[in-house]
Ligand binder design. Structure first.
Ligand SMILES: [Zn+2]
Length: 366
């Protein structure tokens, strides 16, 4: 843990975010934030409220406590918080997100939407011209795929699950204290690290990712493997530090890197089941890609589940059945950049409707 706090930058990609490693995350976060911002507004995951280390956060005056038990924030959540803030007597100069990916993504989206006139669903997408919002600060309480550093705010809209992809949603400062994930359930710690592994592993297989991103992904995959190869039932601070480091790499590698097949397939599943967490959707997808990821990805996935005493998740448990296959296939076929990432320029030689439909048929019969 001491090594983590004093670690030199362990990522190769230029990230937008100042990373502050800390052994007193809440204390350092509040101290730095109040030094640099005069009127911060907090967006906090409600699950943290009974946890003693977060008392200082809940004592802050201006905050929105968010129920992050759904897999990602909805565009309606963003619009609600934006109008709440606009009804206050002052404009905050910083939006502080405290929690897992959902709380951080909500903070990111609220910040930029405060400075732009339309409802948030109009900003889901890439390359849209948007004004900069208040500074975004984040204090992650779960390690995953680097929401603490990425210029993406993932949102579930009425139409689709799609992020606001814009450099102005990258946090300005992330304070990272691995001990803050001690109160998270094993299920959440395990599956968010699985998603971290899939991100890194898929980027190492990518044909369209930048070299520096692939190097970060190799490091991140190794760290995630080391964590997932242990039974994670008990919280362990050294494993948590490794998870936090792998998560930052998940963010840095995704800036120049691109994931592949399991993620493409997962988007169809997510669109068919709002309560299916993203990390579980990707796990279900990977389990159906044994032939595509035969060089370790599939075997490792099965091994990590076994070591951790987790049964293989199924789409059926989340209400997905044969009636969803057509729509899921359409969603996944639209993920052209991800197919290109895995199969290269001639991806259409391999990937067509029947190829994708077969994968979904395997998934719903599992
Ligand atoms: Zn993912």
């Amino acid at each position: 843990m001491k090594d983590f706090v004093n670690a030199a930058p362990w990522w190769r990609t230029d990230i937008f975010t100042e990373i502050v490693t800390s052994g007193d995350g809440v204390g350092d976060f509040l101290k730095l934030l109040h030094e640099r911002a005069s009127s911060p507004f907090f967006i906090v995951d409600g699950i943290l409220e009974p946890q003693t280390p977060f008392r200082g956060i809940f004592e802050q005056n201006d905050k929105f406590v968010f129920d992050a038990s759904e897999s990602e924030p909805r565009t309606g959540d963003v619009d609600r918080v934006v109008s709440l803030i606009k009804s206050m007597s002052y404009a905050p100069d910083a939006i502080a997100g405290v929690g897992g990916g959902a709380a951080m993504d909500l903070a990111k989206a609220v910040s930029i939407c405060l400075s732009n006139p339309l409802p948030s669903e109009k900003y889901q997408g890439y390359g849209l011209d948007m004004a900069r919002g208040a500074d975004i600060w984040v204090l992650p309480t779960l390690s995953g795929t680097g929401a603490e550093v990425t210029p993406i705010a993932v949102l579930r809209g009425p139409e689709r699950k799609l992020g606001i992809n814009n450099k102005f949603v990258a946090p300005v400062v992330a304070v990272i204290d691995p001990a803050l994930s001690a109160g998270a359930k094993k299920f959440n710690r395990f599956f968010s690290m699985m998603d971290c592994f899939f991100h890194h592993y898929e980027i190492t297989k990518s044909k369209t990712s930048a070299e520096y991103a692939v190097l970060d992904a190799h490091d991140g995959a190794r760290m995630a493997r080391e964590v997932l190869s242990c039974d994670m039932a008990e919280f362990d601070i050294d494993r948590a530090a490794k998870s936090a480091a792998a998560s930052v790499l998940g963010g840095s590698s995704s800036i120049g890197g691109r994931v592949g097949v399991s993620h493409a397939i997962s988007y169809g599943l997510s669109n068919s089941s709002p309560r299916l967490p993203h990390s579980v959707a990707v796990t279900i997808s990977m389990l159906a890609c044994r032939d595509i990821y035969s060089d370790g990805g599939w075997d490792d996935t099965v091994k990590f589940l076994e070591i951790n005493g987790m049964s293989r998740p199924t789409a059926r448990e989340y209400g997905i059945n044969g009636s969803h296959v057509e729509r899921m296939t359409k969603t996944a076929m639209g993920m052209e950049k991800l197919w290109l990432s895995h199969f290269g320029e001639n991806w259409r030689d391999t990937v067509d409707e029947s190829f994708v439909t077969d994968i979904y048929k395997r998934i719903i019969s599992a």
